[in-house]
Structure formats: structure tokens, C-alpha cells
Ligand binder design. Structure first.
Ligand SMILES: [Zn+2]
Length: 235
């Protein structure tokens, strides 16, 4: 549990360092001792998160202990995905600039190079307006909205949220951090490839994507050690 909490703080710092998360967005991990709970920071910019900021929530997004500090408003994203997907152990919700265009145009976000395989074969787009109308504030602020998003995610690794950002679900904190960093590089490279080619882009095949998704329990690669060092954290 101590290493899990340390990884969660480190993952927040790495995501901030790489510009995947700015002052908004959040990373969570399922509680290994209570599968019906998850852990995430209080509402704080990811680059400032410490272990003292971590809070535990149930799968309705309710805090397990009374606490005067504010939780993230969009914690229901995490609660609903952990509820729907028992195998998912870590989740990031982000507003990364590079993925935003793919949430509002007909060009799908897909893996165009090997490191981005962990975004999965398909990245569906969830539009909050489809179920909740065109007068929401765009945020996922209750379980009904979280469950709607989780339904669109389905069995995929990643979903985009129209005009908002995305969500990426994976095996553990280092694995989701790795997938998130390469998701961003992939989105930027894919945008460039589209612009350079007029849309004639050779994407990875479905089998090539699947071959790049790490099995649960896979040890972090050399990037984790390097990224920990970049943010001044021991691995
Ligand atoms: Zn958001």
C-alpha cells in the first residue's frame, strides 16, 4: 500500500511534468485491499500532490472519511469506470491539448506508432449532450454522467470526451502513466501525419495494437525510472 500511494503521487508529478495534466485532470488507483474503493488526491494541481492529499472514495464517488478538504468534482468518472470494469486498476482523466481536436472532428484517434498501442484499437468519443442535453457545464458531476461515459468506454482502454478531454484506463499507475505520455506523442504525430498527407495515414493494424498492450503485472520499463528521476522521486 505504501508503494502504491508513492506511485500515485509520482504519477501525478510525471503527468504534470510531461504536460499531460495541467492544473486540472486527475489520476486514481483502485484500493488493492478493497476493490470497491479507489484512491485519488483532493482537488489539487497534480504537480503539487503529496501523500497527505490522498483520499479514498467508494464506487459511488463518495469519500470514505469525513474531510473538510474538497475532492475533485469529476471523481464520478473514476467511480463509474471502476464499477463497470473490475480489471481496471488505474485511471487518468485529462484535458491534454493534443487529443482535443479528435474529440470534435470525424478523424478518429488511433495508434499510429508502436508506443501508443496501449491506447487500444478503438477510442470512442463520448458526447455529454447526447444523454444530458446541450446545457450542462460539460463536467462529469454525478454518477449518471459517469456511468454514461463508462458505457461509451465499454471494454476499450481509452475514450475521448467531446470538447473536454479523455479518459484512459489501465493495469496500474506506471502502466497508465506510460500509456498517457505516449498517447500525447501519438496524437501530435498523428495530427502532423494527417496534415502532411492530406489524411492518407498508415495506422497500426488491430493485431499490432493488441500486441503492444502490456499484460497485467508487467513490470514498468526503463521509462518509469527515468521519469521518476525527472520529477525528483525515488521509484
Ligand atoms: Zn475534466
Amino acid at each position: 500500500m505504501a508503494s502504491l500511494r508513492r506511485d500515485l503521487v509520482t504519477g501525478n508529478r510525471i503527468f504534470a511534468h510531461h504536460g499531460i495534466l495541467d492544473a486540472y485532470g486527475h489520476l486514481s488507483v483502485r484500493d488493492p485491499e478493497h476493490a470497491d474503493r479507489f484512491i485519488m488526491s483532493r482537488a489539487r494541481a497534480p504537480e503539487l500532490v503529496t501523500e497527505d492529499d490522498l483520499m479514498t472514495f467508494d464506487l459511488e464517488g463518495q469519500q470514505m472519511t469525513r474531510d473538510a478538504r474538497s475532492p475533485y468534482q469529476e471523481r464520478f468518472i473514476h467511480a463509474a469506470i471502476y464499477e463497470a470494469r473490475p480489471e481496471v486498476q488505474a485511471i487518468v482523466h485529462c484535458h491534454t491539448p493534443s487529443i482535443l481536436p479528435f474529440s470534435v472532428i470525424d478523424v478518429p484517434l488511433r495508434a499510429m506508432y508502436h508506443m501508443a498501442g496501449p491506447i487500444g484499437v478503438e477510442v470512442p468519443v463520448w458526447d455529454i449532450a447526447e444523454e444530458f442535453g446541450s446545457e450542462t457545464n460539460m463536467l462529469v458531476i454525478n454518477m449518471a454522467q459517469g456511468r454514461s461515459l463508462a458505457r461509451t468506454l465499454g471494454g476499450n482502454r481509452m475514450a475521448l470526451m467531446r470538447g473536454h478531454g479523455g479518459v484512459l484506463a489501465g493495469n496500474d499507475v506506471p502502466e497508465v502513466v506510460r500509456a498517457g505520455v505516449y498517447m500525447d506523442i501519438n496524437a501530435r504525430a498523428l495530427t502532423a501525419a494527417h496534415l502532411m498527407s492530406g489524411g492518407k495515414v498508415h495506422l497500426l493494424s488491430d493485431a499490432e495494437v493488441r500486441a503492444r498492450i502490456p499484460a497485467p503485472g508487467t513490470q514498468p520499463g526503463r521509462e518509469w525510472e527515468a521519469w521518476c528521476a525527472q520529477v525528483g522521486r525515488s521509484r
